[in-house]
Every structure is written in C-alpha cells, then in structure tokens.
Design a protein around this ligand. Sequence first.
Ligand SMILES: [Zn+2]
Length: 230
Amino acid sequence: MKPAQLLLQYQRLADRERVLRDSIERIESRLHSDPEVVRLEEIVEAARAVQQAATARLGDSDRAREDHRSKLRTRERELMSGRIRNPTELMQMSEEVQHMKARFAEEEDAELQLMEDAEVADEAMRIATAELDAARARLAEETPALQDELESLRLELAELEADKQRIWAELPPAAQTAYSRQRVHPAVAEVLNSQCTACRVTVTSSGMQLLRKGDEIVHCENCGRILVLA
Ligand SMILES: [Zn+2]
C-alpha cells in the first residue's frame, strides 16, 4: 500500500479512536456517578433540609404553647382561688388572663399553619426519595448492559490501537513527519475528479501525476492537506 493510502487508513482509525474514547468515558462516568441520580440526590438533600426546618419550627411552637398554657392555668387558678380580694388587682388579673387566652388562640392558628407546612415538606421528601430510589433501580438494572458495552468498546479500542501502531510502523519517516506536522483536520483528504474533497480546489496535472505514482506525499496547494486518490 502507498504511503498516502496508509495515512488515510491511519486517519480513519484515529477518528474511530476518538469516538470510542468518548463513548468509553461517557459510560465510565455514568457508571461512576449517574447525572440523573446525582440530580435527584441534590433534590432529596434540599427536601430534607426543608423538612428538618419545618419539624424544628413545629417543635419550638409546641414547647412555647405548652409553656403559655401552663402559665395560663396558673393564673386562672390564682384568679379562682379567692385569695385575691383587692378588686383592682382582680380586674388586672382577669384582663391578663383574657389577654393570655387571646394570645393562646392566635398561637393555635399559627400551629395549624406550621403543621400544614410540615405535612407539605414530608410529602415533598417522600416524592423526592421515591424518585431517587427509582433512578437508582433503573441504573442498577442498566449496569450489566453498560458494563458489557464498556467491555466490548475497550476490546475494540485495544485492537484499534494495535492496528494504528502497525500502520504507523509501515509508514516511511517522511510520511510520518508530513502527517505529524499537519495542523488542519482532517490531515488527509481524498482526491475525487481531480479535486481535493476537503477544499474543492482542482489539483494540478503534475500533482495528479505524482499522486498516481504514489511514492511521494503530495499536499493540496490550497489547503495543505495530504492528498490521496479516492
Ligand atoms: Zn485542499
């Protein structure tokens, strides 16, 4: 095989290698940490924080209410005990008890709202956890197939690397240098109907002659790619 044809083969293998490496990386990273699972884990964490905050607020409100309730009872007992005779003092205490009762009713309403918030937070947490469990189950189900695919891609990559090395070793040093120095991609372009298929510029007749002989590396005069007859 002529050097330019070998280079074209080499380039095709290199292109395939890139695709393989991308696929391998994608599967490896998915097996390592599935984006959907990670996303749902973050949602569960956020839902947990909201749930804990709601539970804490409810607990605080419970304790405060319990405290106010026992103070109210104490005051009411004092009021009913008959120990206080002074009418002004009785009036004051009675007002105080009324005030405490009103505040207590307000706190009950607030408590209902807090309980509702806690229920909403519990439900959000339940849904998020169920979705995460489902995503983990899906991944677990797909894992064997992903591992098989990974295995076969790695095998193909190993064979491809060996082929690439073999072809590279067959190339004359001048062809290796010409390929390595190329900065445009793809480095090698086929010539069809006397035209460079990469840039569509016609190859000169002397260029075509050299290409037909095939011993030398011929570059496109326009785009600089290494030419090979299709
Ligand atoms: Zn060209």
